[in-house]
Design a protein around this ligand. Structure first.
Ligand SMILES: [Ca+2]
Length: 480
């Protein structure tokens, strides 16, 4: 423990884990005993949302408490787009690791970063074990480790044991050894950081960027056996014909062509996803055990969440980038035995911009400058529901995310507002969407052009306008 009593912070951020992929939120179907225990001893968010349902913009928001149009990270980073508009956070952005480092925390980052210049330690991190999104001339540490250990690398492009049903489904495959999975490597690096932090005077911050259950989904037979193929539940909305929905949904890169995937194939794909979630759970358990063994657990804040969700067949899509619940909503657990009540459930919808200021607040630190999100630490510490506020999310067009467009009108193309049970999506280049989640949780019925809801949409547009005016609308001037 740090000598001055300040809490350590461990943030495990998965990639593409669905909000309902927890035992506690799936009638025990998904096997996540370690995460279920973590939730029981801490706070389970039942309605947590990311600020943008795609990797780099979401991650930038989680780590800064700022919306994508404030950070400037409007689409995914990659070394090939390093200097293009919208592909990287502005240089002067302050992250959680900057704040903690300036307050004396030792900061370690393991797994994936995906926010630019991934080959270099930055933003206050002094320990840096990052793989992927590296320039071609920088060796990937994960791939190097596979070579050193003599382990077959299943993430190599030419690895022959992957399956995929056409181009618009999730690739999956079977590995022989859990060490072949990248999450195992990531948690190993995290444990090394915990061990070197044990007995130190200063508190630490460990960011664990777990790339799973993002495809490709690689698991052992032992894990697959937990999910018999004929028992895998199928998403009820998978045959959504998208009637009354915006045309860009039908054009999505991740639209499974209607009728192209049999129920058996759906089940086979899905069981690999759930098996991979269970692998993540096993690995989180291993990290938590080490915290316990090192005597660090009691005064360590552990946060588990995902950058964004995974549609996993909902509405006939895989992956993310749409504003449907499975894409924009995330699992989220916050646990701190010494400082937060156990067994708390937060049902109020909470957006991604709230997490960074909440953690900083729990650590007893003042933010150096105003940000878009606000802390809900006081409510969590007293066991109360946080005050409700509309949740805002945004995303670029598919032309910007998966294509070459860097035009302003494509970097800022979709704005979502969730106010209690109403979700409105303001689409710049297409018809809008309005769903009443209280009676239509599957978001099948787009009410945006129903005359009964005209005034509601005016109100929700003005709420979006207020948010972007407050943050400085930037590329969202069309919402003002
Ligand atoms: Ca992601």
């Amino acid at each position: 423990m740090s000598t001055d009593g300040r809490p350590n912070i461990v943030w495990i951020m998965c990639d593409e884990m669905r909000f309902d992929s927890l035992g506690l939120l799936s009638d025990s179907y998904v096997r996540t005993p370690n995460l279920d225990s973590l939730a029981r001893e801490g706070v389970l968010y039942r309605n947590a949302y990311c600020a943008s349902p795609v990797c780099s913009p979401a991650r930038a928001c989680w780590f800064t408490g700022l919306y994508p149009h404030t950070t400037g990270q409007m689409r995914n980073y990659g070394p090939g787009v390093r200097d293009q508009p919208g592909c990287r956070m502005h240089e002067d952005i302050t992250t959680i690791s900057d704040v903690l480092s300036n307050s004396g925390y030792r900061c370690g980052n393991v797994g994936v970063w995906h926010l630019g210049n991934d080959e270099h330690a930055q933003h206050g991190f002094t320990d840096w074990s990052i793989y992927r999104y590296l320039p071609k001339d920088v060796p990937d540490p994960l791939f190097t480790w596979f070579e050193q250990e003599g382990i077959s690398n299943p993430y190599a492009r030419d690895w022959p044991h992957k399956e995929r049903y056409g181009t618009n489904s999730l690739p999956f495959g079977k590995i022989d050894d859990v060490r072949q999975n990248r999450t195992t490597w990531t948690i190993d690096r995290g444990i090394e950081f915990l061990d070197t932090s044990a007995g130190q005077d200063d508190p630490f911050f460990l960011l664990c960027g777990v790339k799973d259950p993002h495809p490709e989904m690689l698991v052992t037979q032992e894990l697959l056996d937990l999910y018999p193929e004929d028992e895998v539940p199928l998403p009820g909305s998978r045959h959504d014909a998208l009637d009354g929905k915006p045309a860009y949904h039908s054009r999505s890169k991740f639209r499974i062509p209607p009728g192209s995937l049999s129920d058996d194939k759906y089940r086979r794909m899905l069981r690999h996803y759930y098996a991979l979630v269970t692998h993540i759970d096993n690995e989180v358990g291993r990290l938590l055990d080490r915290l316990e063994q090192n005597g660090q657990r009691e005064n360590t804040i552990v946060l588990f969440n995902s950058d964004h969700g995974e549609l996993l067949g909902d509405h006939g899509f895989v992956e993310k980038c749409l504003m449907y619940e499975a894409s924009v909503r995330v699992p989220q657990i916050l646990s701190w035995p010494a400082g937060l009540p156990a067994g708390q459930n937060v049902t109020t919808p909470v957006g991604g911009v709230a997490m960074m200021p909440t953690l900083i607040d729990l650590a007893g630190i003042s933010l150096p400058s105003p940000i878009d999100g606000r802390s809900i630490a006081a409510a969590l510490q007293s066991g109360d529901e946080p005050e409700g506020a509309p949740v805002f999310a945004e995303i670029a067009s598919q032309e910007a995310i998966y294509g070459d467009s860097r035009a302003d009108e494509h970097l800022a193309a979709h704005a979502m507002l969730l106010d209690e049970s109403w979700k409105y999506v303001w689409n710049r280049h297409d018809i809008d969407e309005l769903y009443d989640l209280s009676i239509d949780p599957d978001e099948m019925d787009n009410l945006a052009y129903h005359p009964d809801h005209a005034s509601r949409i005016q109100t929700m547009r003005s709420q979006i306008s207020d948010i972007v005016q407050h943050t400085g609308p930037g590329l969202y001037h069309w919402c003002t």
